[in-house]
Design a protein around this ligand. Structure first.
Ligand code: ASP
Length: 352
């Protein structure tokens, strides 16, 4: 039995999710971007595979059970491994989400994505989507051809959440492996495990098991309709680079980032956003020249506080609060779309 049929057989055994009459079903649009959920391998038990091989129609056809939850239609935004995610796709995706969310006959949106950068895309959308309607990203760790592929049930659960009225107003969500994460809180923690996503500081928004969702709380941090960020008139995003701190760090990479045109630099610092004196000197020198420099941490969890071991006030630096480097970079890129004082940038890191 192939993987699709195994998934279909498993789902057929599940307790029925309360099905609505066809004319009352919520309408959910699926925007596909690629990733392992659309990946394929030469056999069902091999590690090597290629992301973004399966189109949106095939994805929908592989989970016919989802049609009991919502009226579905799909659009292909891209078909790439999310390691290749880029600004062009981001801007296209964000615009399409905003267009669709504004339509009266769209109740929710599901976005299929790779796991590598889903936390960045999710957080970006969390800041620029202007709607309270559910926008739910989902992904898979195993390609669609794998034994025990996780994509079909993740997709089913994502549709269930996008079709659920209680999901509205909770910011952009990410549904993977039965857990509902806020886009601002989740992070990928394992290169291969199916249970890769955690929301270490802010916790889960809810859980979803075979389409039955339970919500525990609202989103933490300003988002969507409360966000001040907008892509109106935006055709390009400012360059922000991430530099990782380490033993014996010098300032060469920081200077190289600025020389390459970075308007902002995020440090993935050691501990509480720390780095060597040489690194700090180089960072402070760039900050003095007007590059906006944010201290985040390479540690998996915990906040980076202002003026703890580094004198941010004196060196004109910003502390990332609880955003990890990759999310701090997203916020900083949007923050730099207009001139802001350092105090204003710091406030954004506390509020979002
Ligand atoms: N490299 C893949 C991607 O991010 C990994 C995945 O989807 O799990 O597209």
């Amino acid at each position: 039995m192939n993987r699709t049929r195994i998934a279909a057989a498993v789902l057929a055994l599940l307790p029925a999710v309360p099905a609505l009459a066809a004319d009352k079903l919520p309408s959910v649009v699926v925007l596909a971007t690629g990733g392992t959920i659309a990946g394929a391998a030469g056999s069902d038990v091999q590690a090597a595979y290629t992301s973004g091989q399966v189109g949106v129609d095939q994805l929908l056809a592989a989970v016919p059970q989802a049609k009991k939850l919502a009226t579905l239609r799909g659009e292909q935004i891209a078909n790439i491994g999310s390691q290749d995610m880029n600004d062009e796709v981001w801007l296209k995706l964000a615009r399409r989400v905003n267009e669709l969310a504004a339509l009266a006959d769209v109740d929710g949106i599901v976005i299929t994505h790779g796991t590598d950068t889903i936390e960045e895309t999710g957080y970006f959308l969390n800041l620029v989507v202007k709607s309270k309607k559910p926008v739910v990203l989902t992904a898979a760790m195993r390609p669609s051809t794998a034994l025990s592929a996780d994509g079909p049930l993740n997709f089913f659960n994502a549709v269930a959440v996008a079709a659920n009225k209680d999901a509205a107003g909770r910011g952009v969500l990410v549904v993977v492996n039965d857990w509902i994460h806020g886009a601002s809180s989740l992070t990928k923690t394992s290169t291969t495990a199916v249970q890769t996503f955690l929301s270490p500081l802010r916790g889960l928004v809810g859980t979803v098991a075979y389409g039955e969702a339970e919500f525990y709380r609202g989103p933490v941090g300003k988002n969507t309709v409360d966000s001040e960020f907008s892509l109106d008139g935006v055709t390009a995003l400012p360059r922000v680079d991430i530099v990782m701190a380490h033993e014996n760090m010098d300032g060469a990479i920081i200077d190289a980032a600025a020389a390459a045109g970075a308007k902002g630099i995020v440090i993935a610092g050691v501990g509480n956003g720390n780095m060597t004196k040489a690194g700090l000197d180089a960072l402070a020198a760039q900050a003095k020249k007007g590059v906006v420099c944010v201290r985040s941490s390479r540690v998996a969890t915990g906040r980076v506080g202002r003026n703890v071991e580094v004198d941010d006030d004196k060196l004109a630096l910003v502390a990332s609060d609880d955003l990890n480097p990759q999310k701090a970079r997203v916020l900083l890129r949007l923050a730099l779309l207009k001139p802001r004082s350092l105090a204003e940038v710091q406030k954004l890191f506390v509020e979002y």
